[in-house]
Write a protein that binds this ligand. Structure first.
Ligand SMILES: NC(=O)c1ccc[n+]([C@@H]2O[C@H](COP(=O)([O-])OP(=O)(O)OC[C@H]3O[C@@H](n4cnc5c(N)ncnc54)[C@H](O)[C@@H]3O)[C@@H](O)[C@H]2O)c1
Length: 257
């Protein structure tokens, strides 16, 4: 294929890093974007060592200005933007009755505003390209079922699913597809945090919340970031050209849609 370029936000670690590494192996130039520039630079170096173009760009997805600059710099360096993966996101573990206004604003600014800022900046560029492009959002099993102690997080991921459906309808005319991946229980620093906080609230020991939630995985093991990346590779490829507006569960069989 002609050299294509992808941006992956929140790709300094976890699922984003696995997606970035996979897209690099698929032949994309990959821009590693994160608030943690030091770690992002290391991932970009790993990718360049594969003989693939890569750059690290610091951008907070909750800033429209920074996301705009991220797309601008990418196009300046690599000439095109074919795939934009809105992966950056945060979790909060708290009963809804205790959530503060500040916490609500923080999680919505990153998970929801961040997805929209990415969609806007990426689509404005992709509209200029005859080949269009692919926008891929991070949703979750919590986009299909509101989860106890993860109420605000679930609200943001339901919103991501709604944005994915609406954007797919608005952007099809520009040859832009919009889909989302919905992982289950993925072994990243995010789940370390969820396990720790759940343990505090529910009087459990570390690891017990993870074990409890993992019981429902019919494939019998927790998810690795690469399990998600394998599916995102498909969403980023030409094989998914006839698919848009979908938020697909890739969770080892926890939920069924
Ligand atoms: N881990 C899971 O089990 C799981 C399950 C379903 C969905 N997800 C979703 O997948 C995505 C990645 O999750 P993960 O587990 O790899 O998380 P993680 O916490 O391990 O990594 C997230 C990365 O995003 C970066 N980040 C955080 N806020 C940012 C911001 N404002 N701007 C730019 N970068 C920012 C962090 O620095 C970090 O490198 C998230 O959207 C998450 O909600 C994760």
């Amino acid at each position: 294929m002609e050299k294509q370029t992808a941006i992956v936000t929140g790709s300094a670690q976890g699922i984003g890093k696995a997606i970035a590494m996979r897209l690099a192996k698929d032949g994309f130039n990959v821009v590693i974007s994160d608030v943690n520039l030091e770690s992002a630079k290391k991932v970009a170096e790993e990718i360049r060592a594969l003989g693939v173009g890569s750059a690290a760009v610091k951008a907070d997805v909750s800033s429209r200005e920074e996301v705009g600059k991220l797309v601008e710099e990418t196009v300046k360096s690599f000439g095109t933007l074919d795939v934009y993966v809105s992966n950056a996101g945060i979790a909060q573990v708290k009963p809804l009755l205790e959530v503060t206004e500040e916490e609500m604003q923080r999680i919505f600014k990153i998970n929801v505003f961040g997805t929209i800022f990415g969609l806007q900046a990426a689509a404005e560029q992709m509209k200029l390209q005859p080949q269009g492009g692919k926008i891929i959002n991070a949703a979750s099993i919590a986009a299909h079922k509101g989860m106890s102690m993860l109420g605000m997080y679930s609200a943001t991921k339901f919103a991501v699913r709604a944005i994915t459906q609406a954007a797919a309808q608005e952007l099809a005319q520009f040859k832009i597809t919009v889909n989302a991946y919905c992982p289950g229980i993925v072994m990243t620093p995010m789940w370390d945090l969820i396990d720790e906080k759940m343990a505090e609230y529910m009087g459990l020991k570390r690891g017990e919340a993870l074990a409890k939630y993992s019981e429902g995985i019919i494939l019998g093991r927790t998810e690795q970031p690469e399990d998600v990346a394998n599916f995102v590779s498909y969403l980023a490829s030409q094989d998914s050209n006839y698919m848009t507006g979908q938020s697909v569960l890739i969770d080892g069989g926890i939920l069924f849609s």
